[in-house]
Design a protein around this ligand. Sequence first.
Ligand SMILES: [Zn+2]
Length: 184
Amino acid sequence: MRIEEMLAYNKQFVEGKEYEAFKTDNIPNKRMVIVTCMDTRLVELLPKALNIHNGDVKMLKNAGAIIRDPFDSIMKGILVAIYELQAEEVAIIGHHDCGMSHVETEVFTQKMRKKGITPETLQTLENAGIDLHEEFRGFKTVEESVQHSVSIVRNHPLLPENISVHGFVIDPGTGKVDVVTLDK
Ligand SMILES: [Zn+2]
């Protein structure tokens, strides 16, 4: 199992005191929160492309860098970073070629069925008011999606006035970052 390899590596990492190069505290040096996508291509590329090191920013991720509603977990993370951890700037960074663009929710639920989720379960969720098509909806263009997420943050009733909220799109091939919207 891959997890066993990881745990064996971890033992060496700690014994070799490799953590010493990463020592920092929980206050972001750059006073910034970044919201981005869980895409594997961005794991190292995004921090390198923006010169971000351990301790520099709070990083929140989900599928698509999407903020769906004003009290979803990403938005709560942003508010905690602001009120508890001294963040003053928010950057939402979508990316080209994102798996969440053009998600076919019909196909997505078919895949659930193939993996053994029963129609009864899907029906029970629907009866409980959980709209899977809405929950897993993707986006048509990444710029539009970033702009929408930025608006949710900018217009949030609990966002203090001194917070800047920006939107960007990163190229997962080159690391090039383009501006969608810059605040103040
Ligand atoms: Zn993505």
